[in-house]
Design a protein around this ligand. Structure first.
Ligand code: ZN
Length: 501
């Protein structure tokens, strides 16, 4: 092994130890920690984060990275090692160009911003959050400008943090195609929406029984309980300490059958990605999923393409009915499939169905792009938000907490994050198209055999961790870079068939 790379490894390992501890604290805060713990825990998180930062952002690592970037040394590195160096350089560049004093002030602002945001959301008062949001936008623009080169679009730099290689040009084209196809499709669907009944969904489904069924579902998809656990939290999420310790959460509502089941499938998709990363990459910057968008592609592939298909439920529906014999007595497989795919525009992103979901993302994308470019101000947001909801989804939010304040992302300065959600769905459709050409996916689903599907994803995507950027990986798997046409076709065909349009 390259001597400089060998010298780099202990830094990576120490940094990862802190990161794993931080992930564990965060998991604990969301699942089991007592309410009074939060203040001290936040302090310790601050200390551990700072330590983790200093392990990597130091002269020794800088000098090793410099040596490792030379052509001569690069030639001696394996593809995975080159990826580790590249990812680390990117992280280093991002953090080291920010003056430490400003970074600390920004971290402190972020720590309080969430509380300010939560209170403003509770009271549905955007004006209470606006001054904080203005500062967050300011810092974001300033930090991006520190690493910008001449003529760089600042929002492109933010996008690059979540989805390397994706630019406003690519996304503008993607969302324009979506808008053109989905807005009219949605109008046709709404006109026929009374044809699908799903009152069964809100009958009585005891939480403990739901939990049992969801555990079964995750295992059925391949969640390895030897390397993972499932707990409860307010909002379902996945976290990974390393590829042998991957954790997901769920939330059970006794008057909603679908919510927890599809969360279980979604989070299992994320978990399988993390569990499938090759052991040799674990603990390095390449030892996790490549990007938010690729991660969402895995969760949404399982949730939507697989989990909402008739073939998937053919072997499972009798078990679901046996689990809830009274509540589902009058529900056929056909009713159930129509119900779980029903589309209805609503104001809340996280409750949106597969068809209207990308429109919620498009609205956020357009707004934050304008905000970062200086084409609109924070105080313009509520009005613009409502106008776009009216234009694209035909609805007006009741108040700010149901409107512009509904998502937590901006309070954490996560500008550039939202597009990944829509990209994830589109990547999932592209992957599904190619997978179906290579293996008989629907036959496996009907047989209840999930192994070949999981193995396909592991061999083509999961095992590589973050070694290949999204577009490079897509090209390896599907023969082409990101192409939104598969997604548009998938949605159009699916809803045309479901609603007999
Ligand atoms: Zn997700």
């Amino acid at each position: 092994m390259n001597q400089y790379y060998t010298q780099l490894l202990p830094y990576l390992e120490r940094n990862h130890a802190y990161e794993a501890a931080l992930a564990l604290l965060s998991w604990d805060t969301e699942t089991l920690a007592p309410p009074a713990a939060s203040e001290n825990t936040a302090k310790y998180v601050g200390i551990l984060s700072e330590e983790a930062y200093h392990i990597l952002i130091c002269d020794e690592v800088e000098s090793l990275l410099k040596k490792l970037s030379s052509k001569k040394e690069q030639e001696t590195l394996s593809v995975s090692e080159q990826a580790v160096v590249r990812l680390l350089q990117k992280q280093f560049k991002k953090l080291s160009c920010i003056p430490p004093k400003e970074y600390r002030e920004f971290s402190e602002l972020c720590a309080t911003a969430q509380t300010v945001y939560c209170r403003a959301k509770q009271n549905a008062k955007f004006e209470d959050f606006a001054p904080t949001l203005e500062k967050l936008v300011d810092y974001t623009r300033r930090f991006a400008s520190y690493r910008a080169e001449k003529n760089d679009n600042l929002y492109d730099l933010l996008l690059d943090e979540y989805e390397e290689g994706f630019t406003t040009d690519i996304l503008d084209d993607f969302f324009a195609k979506l808008r053109e196809a989905i807005v009219p499709l949605m109008k046709q669907v709404i006109a026929k929406n009374d044809t699908i009944k799903k009152d069964y969904n809100t009958r009585n489904y005891p939480e403990d029984i739901q939990e049992g069924f969801c555990r079964f579902l995750s295992g059925y998809l391949g969640f390895d309980y030897n390397r993972g656990v499932i707990a409860e939290s307010e909002h379902p999420f996945t976290t990974s300490l390393h590829n042998h310790d991957v954790r997901i959460t769920n939330h059970y509502y006794s008057d909603n059958l679908e919510s927890a089941m599809f969360s279980a499938i979604h989070e299992t998709g994320h978990a399988l990605y993390e569990m499938g990363v090759d052991d040799t990459l674990s603990g390095t910057p390449a030892g996790t999923g490549i990007s938010m968008g690729m991660h969402e592609s895995q969760s949404r592939f399982y949730e939507n393409m697989i989990g909402r298909s008739k073939e998937f439920w053919e072997p499972l529906f009798p078990k679901l009915k046996a689990t809830y014999p009274e509540e589902l007595a009058d529900v056929s497989l056909e009713n159930f499939i129509a119900g779980i795919n029903k589309a209805e525009p609503g104001p809340i992103r996280t409750e949106a169905d597969e068809l209207t979901y990308p429109l919620h993302i498009m609205i956020r994308y357009e707004l934050e792009k304008d905000l970062i470019a200086g084409n609109c101000t924070v105080s313009d947001l509520p009005e613009l938000w409502n106008k776009k909801y009216k234009d694209y989804l035909g609805i007006t939010p009741k108040n700010a907490s149901e409107g512009v304040l509904q998502d937590i992302h901006w309070s954490g300065a996560s500008f550039g994050y939202f597009p990944s959600y829509a990209l994830g769905s589109a990547i999932a459709a592209q992957l599904y198209h190619y997978m179906a050409q290579q293996i008989p996916v629907t036959d496996y689903l009907k047989e209840g055999n999930m192994v070949p599907i999981r193995e396909f994803l592991r061999d083509h995507i999961h095992k590589y961790g973050a070694v290949y950027p999204t577009n490079e990986l897509l090209k390896k798997v599907t023969g082409e870079e990101f192409n939104p046409d598969y997604y548009i076709r998938y949605l159009t065909e699916k809803y045309t068939k479901l609603y007999h349009l």
